[in-house]
Design a protein around this ligand. Structure first.
Ligand code: FES
Length: 199
């Protein structure tokens, strides 16, 4: 890593647009990764408290968390692989399989359901040519159905990566997907864009 960062800015949010720069390689055992581990651990009185930031960091670099990443996190924090696995599988925000560059999460809980949330979900699936949870052939999209996203007054609510879209209607879905396609076209390898707010 080219510069040191303050411990307070170790990423804690896993939905940032992933740089994908890790590819199939390691994240936590590179020089940069080791430095992030050291920084994250320095924030907490106990090493294991840094586990969520570490998993989020991995996801920001790869887009998902592999079994190897979990093993590396266990090694780094003196935890058992089973403990790390239990945490990574408890929080649905950690992707445990490859997802599209743009992770689209559509709320269909009660407020959004009453505001055509299921239609919004269907339109996203149609527009991206996917089934729920599947990555599109182009690698740009995965659409997930979610429970309440905590913005019920603005139903229907949709998260795309770290961004929150409010008052989404089925008619508005096409424009959102097109904007994402344009963004993907600008960064075809998914590696050029910085993680917003990550460092
Ligand atoms: S029900 Fe959709 S955000 Fe709460």
């Amino acid at each position: 890593m080219s510069r040191r960062v303050h411990p307070a800015v170790v990423p804690a949010q896993p939905f940032h647009l992933a740089t994908r720069e890790a590819g199939d390689g390691p994240v936590l055992t590179t020089d940069e990764g080791r430095e992030w581990v050291e920084t994250a651990v320095s924030r907490y009185p106990q090493k294991k408290a840094a586990l969520l930031p570490l998993l989020s960091y991995v996801q920001s670099k790869r887009g998902w968390v592999t079994p190897g990443d979990m093993a590396d996190a266990a090694d780094a924090l003196d935890l058992t692989p089973a403990f790390v696995h239990s945490v990574a599988t408890f929080y649905t925000m950690y992707n445990r399989r490859p997802v599209g560059r743009h992770l689209i999460q559509v709320c269909t809980n009660i407020a959004c359901f009453l505001n055509r949330g299921e239609e919004v979900l269907e339109r996203f699936l149609e527009e991206t040519g996917t089934h729920e949870g599947e990555m599109s052939a182009c690698g740009n999209f995965t659409v997930l159905e979610q429970e309440c996203l905590g913005a019920c007054g603005f139903a229907t609510v949709v998260h795309v990566n770290e961004k929150c879209f409010e008052n989404v209607t089925p008619e508005g879905v096409g424009a959102i997907v097109q904007a994402l396609r344009d963004d993907a076209a600008a960064y075809p390898n998914g590696a050029a864009r910085a993680v917003e707010g990550g460092d």
